[in-house]
Design a protein. Structure first.
Length: 256
């Protein structure tokens, strides 16, 4: 964000306001998106929405201060619209919801392993995208970099969205890849005795448990520490005189 802030003469506070708007949008949308993810075809629709809004947010960000039909808005307001509001719409419906919602439906006996593999994205994301972003900005400039990443987001994520399925039964399977006909009594096959069920608590039942609130508090505390500092990493390093290669190396080390 440092190149954008420098170009417009904005302060870190202006950037943090944008982050705050984005976070509020996510918090308001997650309770709405959750039930959609449980419906047949819901994950594909949510991922498609995330891809489209993500592309709009990034491409729109590349035109901040240069869009004729938004000229009556101050550039900082345009930034808040694209980065805060539209970016929040995209982030609320991306992997933060998709993985934790779908994996418990697709895996039971191997759920821990599947969740562990999926969470590697938390480390790989900063390694890949921070390095890519810094490289593109250094080579092309921040406007062109935003446009390139925005277009790539749509071209890659939109086709992938159509491969998402809510639950394995939609493809004739059971969790952990067990064929559905193995537990179909009409075929005469006895259900495996070691195959646990995937039934869980309803939302009302979960809200009434102490465990749910303890987990929620732990996520809140962890997210506060991570999200409060992560947006400031690169600007902070740059202000202290670290070069691009050093910042990329530090980000890679953190991700690993």
């Amino acid at each position: 964000m440092a190149p954008i802030l420098d170009d417009f003469g904005w302060s870190t506070t202006d950037y943090v306001i944008g982050i705050t708007i984005r976070t509020v949008i996510q918090v308001l949308l997650w309770p709405v998106i959750g039930p959609i993810m449980d419906k047949t075809g819901g994950p594909a629709r949510v991922a498609l929405f995330s891809a489209i809004t993500g592309g709009i947010y990034l491409v729109g960000l590349s035109f901040v201060g240069a869009i004729p039909f938004l000229a009556f808005f101050d550039p900082i307001i345009q930034f808040y619209i694209f980065f805060g509001v539209i970016g929040g719409l995209s982030m609320a419906s991306c992997g933060l919801m998709t993985g934790p919602t779908l994996i418990p439906k697709w895996f039971i006996t191997k759920r821990g392993r599947a969740m562990g593999i999926s969470m590697t994205g938390t480390g790989l994301g900063p390694i890949v995208f921070t390095s890519l972003g810094i490289g593109l900005i250094s080579s092309l400039g921040w406007r062109e970099a935003c446009a390139v990443v925005g277009i790539a987001t749509v071209l890659i994520q939109v086709p992938m969205a159509f491969f998402l399925r809510t639950k394995p039964e939609d493809m004739g399977l059971l969790p952990d890849g067990v064929p559905l006909n193995q537990v179909d009594g009409s075929i005469g096959t006895k259900p495996p005795t070691n195959q646990p069920t995937g039934d869980g608590l309803t939302r009302r039942e979960a809200l009434g448990t102490t465990t749910f609130w303890i987990i929620g508090l732990a996520i809140l505390m962890g997210s506060t520490g991570y999200m409060a500092g992560q947006p400031h990493w690169v600007p902070s390093f740059q202000e202290r005189g670290f070069g691009t290669s050093t910042i990329i190396l530090g980000t890679v080390a953190w991700g690993l």
